[in-house]
Design a protein around this ligand. Structure first.
Ligand SMILES: Cc1ncc(COP(=O)(O)O)c(C=O)c1O
Length: 371
């Protein structure tokens, strides 16, 4: 049974069903454990799902970002601009790739990186930008694409929280030169373990990424580059193929839950809902995140009543200890991201949560929070 940490209503609940168990057993009994047939099939199916020509699986989402950057030739003298308000793996991957992370602040009213603030932060050394589709809300892809094309830099989408999200009829991951996904166990689809995927239309980037993730091989015992052991295990790919077939249905369920929360929490005192959906946009609600001036008390109130809530993320990346030490960041550098870190609260959302549970959570969110 997936772990629910003893909460009556957990934040999320990984799904493992009979078909996934069966796929795992068949894979373990019949395939090569590493780089078996399921890996290639999963890559093919994932590329088709995203609407890209190629997909290259990796050992994690972080590795997908790092390998994507390195496969695009981004190196030590290059700067890559991203958001300070994400899971810290986004910018760690830039450092792992050997480049320098730079940040620009988020939108005034949303959670995502602001294209205009990115433009104002570009330098001669900027080689790429990494917008993140945070919580499953697509970032402003048209503006980022125009900016990247105009300035002759690359755009890499961090779609680790947004499998299946769409903007103007296209799936995220397919807008940038490269899109990166994570299959970590909390994501909208998982591989029941760690895993990641790079999607792209660029054949050379795909070929280079395939070599990087497999020890830098050119062939079995010749090397083209200094690579990594960062392959997706065959059994995980076999499970991922089953989960991919379920993804649209699960995302639809998440969207229904988000709509129910929106209805139940309309006018809830002191609570700000996630930004309204823009026309042509289909978010996939990896998380349902509200903002509150009494966030910490509200989280405690929910916890005392058996509801698991969480903060994604309590410290913006630039204020994490290693970033302060390395880049000398301090409070006030990115005020909107810092404000979000103080106010955001993620409420339970997953495909199997019931309407009754959503109503229970909403009642608690609306009820007066003890001081
Ligand atoms: C936005 C974002 N980027 C990158 C990652 C890194 O993915 P992984 O944990 O698979 O390395 C994650 C997830 O954990 C994430 O949420």
């Amino acid at each position: 049974m997936p772990v629910t940490h003893g909460f009556k209503i957990p934040l999320m609940r990984p799904i493992v069903d009979q078909e996934m168990l069966q796929a795992a057993a068949v894979s373990l009994q019949n395939e090569k454990l590493v780089m078996g047939e399921s890996v290639y099939k999963f890559e093919e199916e994932f590329a088709r799902y995203c609407g890209t020509r190629y997909a290259v699986s990796t050992g994690s989402g972080t590795a997908a970002l790092q390998i994507a950057l390195q496969s695009m030739g981004i190196d030590q003298i290059d700067e890559v601009i991203t958001t300070p308000f994400s899971f810290f793996a986004t910018s760690n991957a830039i450092i792992h790739a050997g480049a320098q992370p730079r940040f620009a602040d988020v939108e005034n009213h949303g959670f995502n990186l602001d294209p205009q603030k990115v433009e104002a932060s570009l330098t001669q050394k900027t080689r790429a930008i990494i917008p993140v589709h945070l919580y499953g809300h697509p970032a402003r892809m048209n503006e980022f694409r125009d900016l990247a094309d105009d300035k002759g830099i690359s755009m890499i989408e961090d779609a680790c929280q947004a499998h299946g999200a769409e903007q103007n009829g296209r799936r995220v991951g397919s807008f940038g030169h490269v899109g990166c996904f994570s299959f970590y166990t909390s994501k909208n689809m998982t591989v029941c373990g760690d895993g990641g995927m790079i999607v792209t239309n660029d054949e050379q980037v795909a070929d280079t990424a395939r070599s990087f993730r497999d020890c830098g091989r050119a062939s079995k015992y010749t090397m083209a580059r200094i690579g990594y052991t960062s392959r997706l295990n065959t059994v995980n790919a076999a499970i991922g193929r089953v989960q991919l077939r379920r993804l649209d249905k699960w995302n639809e369920a998440r969207r229904g839950i988000a709509n129910l929360y929106r209805r139940e929490l309309t006018d809830a005192p002191g609570v700000e809902l996630p930004p309204a959906e823009m026309s042509g946009e289909t978010p996939v609600y990896h998380l349902f995140v509200v903002r509150s001036d009494h966030r910490d008390q509200l989280a405690l109130h929910l916890e005392k009543n058996g509801v698991e809530a969480a903060i994604h993320y309590p410290i913006p990346i630039h204020l994490q200890a290693p970033y302060r030490a390395r880049y000398r960041y301090s409070e006030g550098a990115f005020p909107l991201a810092e404000r979000l870190a103080e106010h955001v609260l993620s409420l339970p959302i997953h495909p199997a949560i019931t309407e009754e549970e959503v109503r229970t959570v909403s009642r608690l969110v609306r009820s007066p929070v003890p001081e």
